[in-house]
Design a protein around this ligand. Structure first.
Ligand SMILES: [Fe+2]
Length: 303
């Protein structure tokens, strides 16, 4: 009974044609469905129906979905979310193309989180029988899969408690301004064995800082940077290494200004992992271990 992974991120984009160019041609995702000004996209190594939804009109996060196991998890989460005081409603098959019934929760940070176990299986682009390590004909970066999202919240301690108590996530790394939980500035939390499946830092409620794609390694990251340069993609920073998670990173923007990341590596966690603490005087190293500095725009630009 558990949350499995980040399933999808649904974002608004100002211009659907420009966004398609970015997500399909530069990142290399495949469109799987289109309706009502929305495009549903899947990466080549993902099994489920879609992992990104682009909706024309505005900018920023509409909602995101996490896939859960089907053994009564949704009922258990609903009970815990209600006793936490979060508002919940059941979502119906068809609310999201390819996704079945589920649970829609408004987080204490005002973000809309959808939880579901029933989703149409499309399979990866290499199949499950004697598969090639990657499919021929990838476009652009050829991202294999999405990995995590980072959102902002006015009350990181409250949101950490929600993810811990309601969704059974654990913190892998915590950025603190003092010794107490009340001074929590950010938390990187996991539900499986990654360093993070969700992260949040102090900021405005309801906002998206970035969502990330996983790539194989440092050389894939550098190649991703090459493609971004070929396609004039605005880069925020990187390639660099994070202190927090130890992952490799490049942050960049889609044409609407939503921040994306390509992320590689990072250590493994698990049920016995003890959280790592970062103090504010070392926050720059935590975010960008290579350069030990953070641009103000990195802290302030959210959508
Ligand atoms: Fe990230």
């Amino acid at each position: 009974m558990a949350v499995i992974r980040l399933g999808y991120v649904h974002v608004r984009v100002t211009d659907l044609a420009q966004a398609r160019q970015h997500y399909q041609e530069t990142l290399g995702m495949d469109p799987v469905h289109e309706e009502d000004g929305r495009v549903y996209l899947k990466s080549w190594d993902e099994d489920d129906h879609h992992s990104v939804v682009l909706e024309e009109g505005g900018v920023g996060l509409v909602k995101f979905g996490y896939k859960v196991t089907g053994d009564g998890t949704l009922d258990a989460i609903e009970t815990r979310a209600r006793s936490f005081g979060a508002s919940c409603e059941r979502m119906s098959k068809g609310d999201n193309a390819g996704v079945g019934d589920g649970l829609r929760v408004t987080l204490p940070s005002d973000h809309v989180l959808e939880l579901y176990s029933d989703v149409e299986y499309l399979g990866t682009n290499v199949g499950k029988l004697n598969p090639a390590p990657w499919p021929r004909g990838l476009r652009g970066i050829g991202v294999p899969r999405i990995n995590h999202a980072l959102i902002t919240t006015e009350d990181p301690a409250l949101l950490e408690r929600f993810f811990q108590d309601v969704l059974a996530f654990r913190p892998a790394e915590r950025l603190v301004a003092g010794d107490e939980d009340s001074d929590l500035v950010g938390s990187w939390m996991y539900c499986g064995d990654q360093p993070h499946d969700i992260a949040f830092v102090k900021g405005a409620n309801g906002k998206l800082h970035h969502f990330a794609y996983e790539v194989d390694d440092w050389s894939a990251l550098l190649r991703a940077g090459d493609v971004m340069s070929m396609d004039d993609v605005p880069i925020d920073f990187g390639p660099a290494r994070h202190g927090i998670t130890r992952g490799g990173t490049i942050y960049f923007f889609d044409p609407s200004g939503n921040r994306n990341e390509v992320f590689s590596g990072g250590y493994r966690t698990g049920p016995d992992f003890r959280p790592i603490t970062w103090t504010m005087d070392q926050a720059a190293r935590g975010i960008n271990y290579t350069h030990r500095e953070i641009d103000q725009a990195f802290l302030e630009v959210v959508t």
